[in-house]
Design a protein around this ligand. Structure first.
Ligand code: TXA
Ligand code: MG
Length: 334
C-alpha cells in the first residue's frame, strides 16, 4: 500500500473522512501526539488499527469526539465532577473513563466494561471527526512499544506501507499523550499523567495518582489501565535515567558514557542534546529525541532526571518506561 502524506486542509480532511467512512484507517495530528484513527464503532476498522500497530488486543483505545453530544450514546453514569472537568478542559489533553454502553464494541475497549473518551483541541483532528460524524478510536500512531509520534515524519517511519493516508498538522503542541483519569470514590484518579496536570485537576477535588505512574507493576499485578504494564516509548538504544542534575549529571556522563552513548540534558550543554529547561519543552522534545537516538545509532542514552512537577510528571512517567525503570543513583558511583 502506498502511504500518502498530505498537509492538513479542507480537502485533505475531506479525503481522510472518506477513507474513515469506508472503514479505513488514517493517521491524524492531535495536540498531544499523532493518532491512528478509525471509526470507533466499527469492529473491523478498529481491528485494523491493532494490526497496523502490532498492539496487544487487551489494550483499550481512546474514543475521540468533537462535541459533547457525541459522548451520550457511548457511556453511562457520568459523574457531575466529570461534567465540570469537561467544561473546563475540553477540548484538550484530558481523557476520562466511564462505564460504556453496548454502542462501543468490545474490541475498542479491549474487552473492558469501560470506555475512555477525549475531545481533542487540534484543529485538524476536530475537523476530521466532525466530517465523519462518528467518534474515532485512536491510539498513538507509533508501532507498539516505540516512542509516540509528535510529527508526521515519525508516523511515516512506522506506518509507511501500512496505512493509506497521514494528515500532516505539523509538530504536536503538547508532545506527550493526554492525561487519563477515572473516578474512584468521588476522587479523581490519574492513571496516566499528561498535559492536564495533577495541580490543574486539584482545583476540582481530591486527586490521587495511580501507583503504576511512578513504579513498575509486579509481573502478575492487575493494573487498571492495561497500557501501563507494557514496556513503552523505547528506542533501540538502552535508556537510563541518571538521578543527578547540572554539573553532577555532566560529570557522570563524561566518566561513564563511552562509545555510542548519547546524553540528554535539561538545558544547553556542550556535547549534550538539549531536551529543554522547562517541563513543557521537555514534553515537546522527548519522543523526537528518543527517535533521533536510533537515527544516530546510539547504544545507550543517559537522560538527566527531569522535574516531576506539572507536566514534568508525564515526562518522568514516559522516561521511566522508555528506560524500563532503570535509574542510576549517582551517589553510589562516587
Ligand atoms: O493523547 C492521547 O491520548 C493520544 C492521542 C492520539 O489522542 N492517544 C493515546 O492512545 O495515547 P494510546 O492508545 O496510545 O493510549 C491510551 C491509554 C492506554 O494506556 C490504555 O491502556 C488506556 O489509555 N485506556 C484506554 N481505555 C481505557 C479504559 N477503558 N480503562 C483504562 N485505561 C484505558
Ligand atoms: Mg500509545
Amino acid at each position: 500500500m502506498r502511504t500518502e502524506v498530505l498537509k492538513f486542509s479542507e480537502e485533505s480532511a475531506q479525503k481522510a473522512a472518506e477513507i474513515l467512512k469506508n472503514g479505513g484507517i488514517v493517521a491524524i495530528p492531535t495536540e498531544t501526539v499523532y493518532g491512528l484513527a478509525a471509526n470507533a464503532l466499527d469492529e473491523n476498522a478498529v481491528r485494523s488499527i491493532f494490526a497496523a500497530k502490532g498492539r496487544p488486543q487487551d489494550n483499550p483505545l481512546i474514543v475521540h469526539i468533537s462535541e459533547i453530544e457525541m459522548m451520550k450514546p457511548l457511556v453511562s453514569d457520568v459523574p457531575e465532577l466529570a461534567k465540570k472537568l469537561a467544561e473546563r478542559f475540553w477540548p484538550g489533553p484530558l481523557t476520562m473513563i466511564f462505564n460504556k454502553t453496548s454502542a462501543v464494541p468490545d474490541v475498542t475497549s479491549g474487552g473492558l466494561s469501560t470506555a475512555a473518551v477525549r475531545m481533542p483541541k487540534n484543529e485538524a483532528a476536530r475537523a476530521i471527526i466532525e466530517k465523519c460524524g462518528f467518534p474515532l478510536a485512536a491510539p498513538s500512531a507509533n508501532t507498539s512499544g516505540k516512542p509516540s509520534p509528535t510529527a508526521a515524519e515519525h508516523v511515516f517511519e512506522d506506518m509507511n506501507g501500512k496505512i493509506p493516508l497521514i494528515i500532516d498538522g505539523g509538530e504536536c503542541a503538547v508532545g506527550v499523550e493526554s492525561t487519563v483519569i477515572c473516578f474512584k470514590d468521588g476522587k479523581i484518579h490519574i492513571l496516566r499523567p499528561g498535559g492536564i496536570t495533577k495541580e490543574m485537576l486539584e482545583e476540582f477535588g481530591e486527586v490521587e495518582v495511580d501507583k503504576a505512574v511512578e513504579a513498575a507493576p509486579a509481573p502478575d499485578e492487575k493494573v487498571i489501565s492495561p497500557g501501563m504494564k507494557y514496556k513503552h516509548y523505547s528506542p533501540k538504544a538502552e535508556v537510563f535515567i541518571v538521578d543527578a542534575h547540572g554539573d553532577k549529571f555532566a560529570d557522570y556522563c563524561r566518566k561513564n558514557g563511552g562509545g555510542k552513548t548519547l546524553f540528554l540534558s535539561c538545558g544547553e550543554r556542550e556535547g549534550f542534546l538539549d531536551y529543554g529547561e522547562t517541563s513543557e519543552i521537555q514534553a515537546r522534545r522527548l519522543f523526537s529525541l528518543l527517535r533521533l537516538s536510533d537515527e544516530k545509532g546510539a547504544e545507550r542514552v543517559f537522560v538527566e532526571m527531569p522535574s516531576k512537577e506539572g507536566v514534568g510528571l508525564a515526562v518522568y512517567n514516559r522516561l521511566l518506561r522508555a528506560a524500563g525503570f532503570k535509574i542510576i543513583n549517582v551517589e553510589q558511583y562516587e
